[in-house]
Design a protein around this ligand. Structure first.
Ligand code: FE
Length: 337
């Protein structure tokens, strides 16, 4: 059985022995998907290792890791985005992993150049639009900033890691000046001040508040697979565009993981990362949470396959992560809330 521990700074003192027992693995995870249970239970059955999970947002988990220092019980940090993995690595909170399995299975552009983090699933950040209201939807990220779409675009806050990594990728691909102009243009095109999560942006298309929404693919695919309030019933009205198909390809971010610098169960942690790269776990990312597997050739869930084939930007995420500071500066400068 997986034990899930609530994140509370006082809780650490109440966890003596958590870190040292053999056959244990302590995950600090910011994955926020109800359907992940099997991802963990399958590993427990396979390896006879008990997983203890501490869940929270990535910033909280990183702060906690840093505060715990050498005494941290954390073995693995899992995030839903590149930026926080890169930050944890920069802070010295992750250790390099020497694994032939990971080296071979995970595409080079989806892993840290120094092997401190690896992407296990992919999500494209694409456009969703009202098919009745928008005759010519934007086809590129640059289009999204075109004045033709003034007042039509819903996209979440710049505090959101998905947007931070998207802008960092635009800096990497097109340079800082183009990225700044782009961010300015998108702010000018916003239908409303940024609010809510990705699902709320697509819901805004259903409610008519937004004509165009920016969201990760899995939020939409989930609404195809299962009933999502305010979305599934009207999903036929919504079209989607994978941007930049004639150029770099659609921006793709990862959910990934690394091994904590002071992991007490480092061997189990390596086993777990290699398990995440296995066909079994890779298929789960698609079936369970409508993501794209990181490993090529793993079958997609129907909900994900129904989005159609697309060209993904294969830019190196280590290079993208180097621009995260500049991205934040641009967001602040252009007044992207
Ligand atoms: Fe998410």
């Amino acid at each position: 059985m997986t034990r899930t521990l609530l994140l509370a700074s006082a809780a650490l003192a109440a966890l003596p022995g958590l870190a040292v027992a053999e056959g244990e693995l302590n995950l600090y995870s910011s994955r926020h998907y109800d359907t992940d249970e099997r991802l963990y239970s399958d590993f427990e059955e396979l390896h006879g290792v008990t997983i203890n999970r501490i869940e929270g947002n990535a910033d909280e988990l990183i702060t906690r890791l840093e505060a715990e220092g050498a005494n941290s019980p954390a073995d693995v940090l899992i995030t839903v985005d590149t930026s926080r993995l890169a930050r944890a690595a920069d802070m010295g909170l992750l250790q390099p992993v020497d694994s032939e399995v990971l080296e071979q299975r995970i595409p080079a552009n989806l892993q840290d150049a120094d092997n401190r983090w690896f992407g296990f699933s992919q999500r494209a950040r694409i456009f969703f639009y009202d098919k009745d209201a928008v005759e010519n939807p934007p086809q590129t990220y640059a289009d999204l900033a075109d004045p033709a779409y003034e007042g039509l675009v819903c996209i979440r806050s710049s505090t959101n890691t998905y947007n931070q990594t998207l802008l960092a990728s635009i800096i990497e691909n097109q340079g800082e000046e183009a990225a700044r102009a782009w961010a300015e243009g998108v702010v000018a095109n916003m239908a409303r001040a940024p609010q809510g999560g990705d699902t709320d942006q697509i819901r805004g298309v259903v409610s008519g508040e937004c004509a165009i929404a920016v969201s990760n693919t899995y939020y939409f695919a989930r609404a195809i697979r299962t009933e999502v309030d305010g979305l599934s019933a009207d999903i036929d009205r919504i079209g989607w565009v994978f941007p930049d198909q004639g150029g770099n390809g659609a921006h793709v971010n990862i959910s990934g993981a690394g091994i904590a610098a002071n992991a007490p169960n480092a061997e189990n942690a390596r086993l777990f990362l290699e398990y995440l790269a296995s066909d079994q776990a890779q298929a789960y990312f698609s079936e369970g949470n409508d993501e794209f597997p990181a490993v090529a050739g793993v079958p997609l869930a129907d909900s994900v396959a129904s989005l159609g084939a697309f060209k993904a930007d294969d830019v190196d995420l280590t290079a993208v992560a180097a621009h995260l500071g500049d991205a934040q500066e641009i967001f602040n400068a252009v007044g992207w809330e």
